[in-house]
Design a protein around this ligand. Structure first.
Ligand SMILES: [Zn+2]
Ligand SMILES: [Zn+2]
Length: 318
């Protein structure tokens, strides 16, 4: 009798452990529907698999939205991301007479987020979500792409360079103050919507020796002197003690989240405090979510972060 109970318990235990794994395996990814809109083919260099693949634009855009924004964001924010990603992609597509990804000339676009746009396969995206949310989350991604089908952002009739970033930290920046070219629709705007971003501010400690090494100067030469800041406090130009570099380069060498940075120098350490995350030009993603949660629509979000633009429908090759 006791043996029987033991056996039953053992079987139940095995079922308890094995069944969920079987269900998860059979339900994730494959049986979820694909994005059906934007059927134009796009060639994508996949950094993860180091392969060139071709897929319908809609499917690619679903993977960008899933990779570039937390799926928990408001639907209108995900829709804004879909429109921005579609614009960014079509503006690179060779089928549209453009040059493709300049690091992978055989591809329209690559999945390196520091170069083109982040992208994830449906299977990888879904595997990162709680099991009981996978279906509804994936449907939300499809909805974001489908409800904005063919929608792109133009300025004076031309597709814009739809750049975006995680968190601006209070205001976005004029393009020429971060890079060098002045772009009419990439203007600094106040953003009161990203303050709840978990990436709003960060403090990092670096030893003086480490700072010198990262900036490519000796500790004797090291003498950081900011020459110019934007109105919102982002570094435009800074002297390291050896050379004058742009704020973006300063941020990149030190591995900081933002060039809106201040610091305290103690005897052996620097303590850098950054505000925001990313270059701060164009759409602020956490700001887009903040706006959506306050009832703003995709069009109002696009209109806020890209000055004087229009949202219109596009056909490839037009
Ligand atoms: Zn690229
Ligand atoms: Zn913002």
């Amino acid at each position: 009798m006791l043996k029987k109970i033991g056996l039953v318990l053992l079987v139940m235990l095995v079922l308890l452990l094995v069944l969920p794994a079987i269900i998860v395996k059979s339900c994730s990814g494959k049986i979820l529907p694909d994005v059906k809109v934007d059927p134009y083919e796009v060639s994508v260099w996949n950094h993860k698999t180091q392969e060139l693949t071709t897929m319908p634009l809609g499917e690619y855009l679903g993977g960008v939205v899933a990779a570039e924004m937390p799926v928990q964001f408001h639907l209108e924010a995900l829709k804004a991301q879909a429109v921005v990603a579609r614009t960014y992609t079509i503006a690179k597509m060779r089928a549209n007479g453009k040059g493709g990804c300049d690091r992978h000339p055989e591809a329209d676009i690559c999945t390196d987020h520091t170069h083109c746009q982040a992208w994830t396969s449906k299977e990888d995206a879904v595997a990162n979500w709680p099991f009981f949310r996978q279906r509804s989350y994936w449907r939300k991604i499809i909805q974001a792409v489908s409800e904005t089908q063919d929608q792109v952002i133009t300025y004076q009739g031309k597709l814009i360079d739809a750049v975006y970033h995680s968190t601006c930290g209070g205001s976005t920046e004029n393009s020429e103050e971060v890079w060098s070219n002045q772009v009419s629709y990439l203007r600094s705007v106040q953003c009161e919507f990203c303050s709840s971003s978990p990436r709003y501010t960060e403090t990092v400690q670096l030893s003086v020796a480490r700072v010198a090494e990262k900036l490519g100067v000796s500790t004797a030469e090291l003498n950081i002197n900011v020459l110019e800041r934007t109105a919102s406090g982002r570094i435009i130009k800074v002297n390291t003690g050896k050379e004058i570099i742009r704020g973006l380069e300063f941020r990149s060498r030190l591995g900081l989240r933002s060039s809106k940075v201040s610091w305290l120098q103690e005897e052996t350490d620097y303590s850098f405090t950054t505000v925001g995350y990313g270059h701060a030009v164009g759409m602020c993603q956490y700001g887009a979510d903040g706006m959506a949660r306050q009832g703003y629509t995709v069009l109002e979000i696009v209109d806020k972060y890209y000055t004087g633009v229009q949202v219109t429908t596009v056909q490839i090759g037009e």
